[in-house]
Every structure is written in C-alpha cells, then in structure tokens.
Design a protein around this ligand. Structure first.
Ligand code: DAH
Length: 345
C-alpha cells in the first residue's frame, strides 16, 4: 500500500540526523533528488485511483515539506558551526589571566622592611605559638604584670578542655622575637621582626583578636638614644614624606629604659590640626626605647659592654595612616571590592 510506505518514510524523515555536511547531502539525494525515494512516491501517485488522490496527495506533500524542512534546519546548524570555526583565530594572544591584588598589609609591611633594610636591618622571625619566658619573662615583665592576664593573652590548652593557664601561649607582641634573636646571635645585632600577634579582644572596627607588628632591634657597642631617634626620623620621612616631623614622648615599657612613644606630624593636615589628629597636629605611630639592661642580661648579653635600642609598630596603624583604612575588620574579611582598590599599588 502506498499509504503505508508514505507513513514509513515519514517516520524515517522525522528521525533523520547527520554528523557532517556530506552525510546531509547524502540524505537529500536519498529522499529528494530526481531518483530519491520521495520523488519515486510522487511518480507512483500518478497511478492511484482518483478517489484516493486527495488523501494520499496531502500525506505526500506533508512528507516532502517535512523532509525539506528538516534538511534545511540541519544545513543551517552546520553553517552556523562553520561560521563560528572560521572566526576562531588560533594565532591570537589569549585573554590575560586576571591576577589577584597585593594585600594592603603586605604592601605596607614590605615597605617598612625595605626602608629599614636600606640602613642595614635584616629580617628575623620567631614562632607565633610561644612560651611565657620569651614573650614576658625575659622581657622584664613582672610575674603579676596584667599583660599576662587571660584577658589579654590567649593561652594554649595542653589538655583539651582544661582551661587553666599554661606556659604555652600565642604571642601578644613581636618583642618575643627580640629574645629569640638575642639568645641565638651575638652582637652586633640589627634585625627587623615582622609578624602576626594575638590578643584576647572583642572584634570591632578598632580592635581585633589578631593583628600585625614590626619590631626593630639594634644591639652594639655605644648605641645611644640619638641613634634611635635618627633611625626613626629617617623611617618616618621615607614612609610619610620628607616634610614629616617626629616627636618622642616619655612612656613606659618593661623591656626598655628609658621608653618613649613616637608621634609623627599628622600626614593628613601636615600638622596644622584636623579631625584625624583631633586638632593636635600629631599622630602616634610606635613605641620605642633603649633595651633595658635586665633584658640584655636575661638573654646572655653583657650590658656593660653592649647597649641597644628597640621599637615596635602596628602594621594596621601605619596602613590606616597611609591608606585611610579605619575599620580593622576590612583587613581580614577578604572582600574583593576592598582588596581591588590596591590594584595599582
Ligand atoms: N611590644 C610593644 C607592644 O606590643 C611595642 C613596643 C614598644 C615594642 C616599645 C618595642 C618597644 O620594641 O621598644 O605594644
């Protein structure tokens, strides 16, 4: 029956697929060319009785339309693929890989290191998990000094769940690297000790449970307070510009005697007074002093032969002054909208 053969062919046409332009051309020839199977059915159609012509004619036309439609659709697919392939230029340089940005704290730490390396300081590092001796004891902290208190210091539990303070702790300042260096090297010593420190503080815009410091230590014969002042003035001018002035105010630290805190002329208003420096024209940036003879002796250095100076500054504080980052939390949140602002630095 012609009708059955039309339906069979229609089913085949609906399933038609080709994986290349050649295969597609072969299908067109098979079904639609002069000698094709659909053309053959049209030839046969001429001989069917008149009363069947209407129904079979409609079926045959639908079959031919579907076959043509399907072949055209497949051809368009191949042509689109070919156009895409023609566009691909294999000689073109690939898109650049998007690089990350330097973290502002790394930028500032490296700048501090660079400035001090130019006057002979080398880098020294010590452990973040420390013991009481290196963080407090050898630095002349009295046994009952409040910094040792659990309010400030994170103690490491020796046994899980045991809360009582132990000798093992997270260092609360990089001054601990001083004791590590002084007990392992002989003077002259001239080191810069950058690193992370931990304090038991509630996290806010102005305080964090970890932050970064850079410690400086210089031990030699005849080191004087004037040497300290000169080194810090040089640093301040290099870091904040040649107009920068410094001011040393008497202070107290257990490990230095005499001790001082250093202010720089406000780098925002230039010293005339603004809201940043609370109208004073000065901003505090570090603590410093002459290494206490008790510290030298505790580390096995003869305090009659040698003297030295030390200083310590917060990297976040310097970064705040340089880049106006006021909220400390931004440094550890890794929000790329913040970090990308340092792309050009
Ligand atoms: N360790 C002090 C602190 O964390 C900073 C400091 C002050 C370091 C005076 C020093 C120094 O070396 O001489 O607050």
């Amino acid at each position: 029956m012609l009708k059955d053969r039309i339906n069979d062919l229609h089913a085949q046409v609906n399933e038609m697929s080709a994986s290349s332009a050649e295969e597609l051309e072969a299908l067109r020839i098979k079904y639609l060319s002069k000698k094709g199977e659909i053309t053959a059915l049209f030839n046969e159609f001429r001989t069917v009785p008149n009363e069947e012509k209407r129904e079979l004619g409609q079926l045959l036309n639908a079959l031919r339309q579907d076959a043509e439609g399907r072949i055209n659709a497949l051809r368009e697919q191949f042509e689109a693929k070919q156009a895409e392939a023609d566009k691909l230029d294999l000689t073109r340089t690939p898109d650049p890989i998007a690089l990350g940005t330097r973290h502002p704290l790394s930028l500032v730490r490296e700048e501090i290191e660079d400035i001090f390396s130019r006057i002979g300081f080398t880098i020294a590092q010590g452990p973040e998990v420390e013991d009481d001796k290196h963080v407090y004891g050898m630095l002349n902290f009295a046994p009952e000094h409040p910094a040792r208190d659990m309010q400030d210091t994170f103690f490491v539990e020796k046994e899980q769940g045991v809360q009582k303070p132990t000798d093992v702790l997270l260092r609360s300042h990089t001054s601990s690297v001083q004791t590590r260096v002084m007990t392992s090297q002989k003077p002259p010593i001239r080191v810069l000790c950058p690193g992370r420190v931990y304090r038991n503080e509630a996290i806010s815009a102005r305080a964090h449970c970890f932050f970064h410091q850079v410690e400086g230590l210089y031990i030699d014969k005849n080191v004087s307070f004037a040497d300290l002042r000169e080194a810090l003035l040089y640093f301040s001018k290099e870091m904040f510009g040649p107009e920068t002035k410094i001011r040393l105010r008497p202070s107290y630290f257990p490990f230095t005697e005499p001790s001082a805190e250093m202010d720089i002329s406000c780098n925002i208003c230039g010293g005339t007074g603004c809201s940043f420096c609370k109208g004073t024209g000065w901003v505090e940036i570090l603590g410093c002093g002459m290494v206490d003879p008790n510290v030298l002796e505790a580390c096995g250095i003869d305090s009659k032969e040698y003297s030295g100076y030390a200083f310590g500054m917060g990297v976040e504080r310097i970064t705040n002054l340089k880049y106006r980052v006021k909220d400390l939390r931004l440094f550890s949140e890794n929000d790329v909208r913040f970090l990308h602002q340092f792309e050009a630095c």
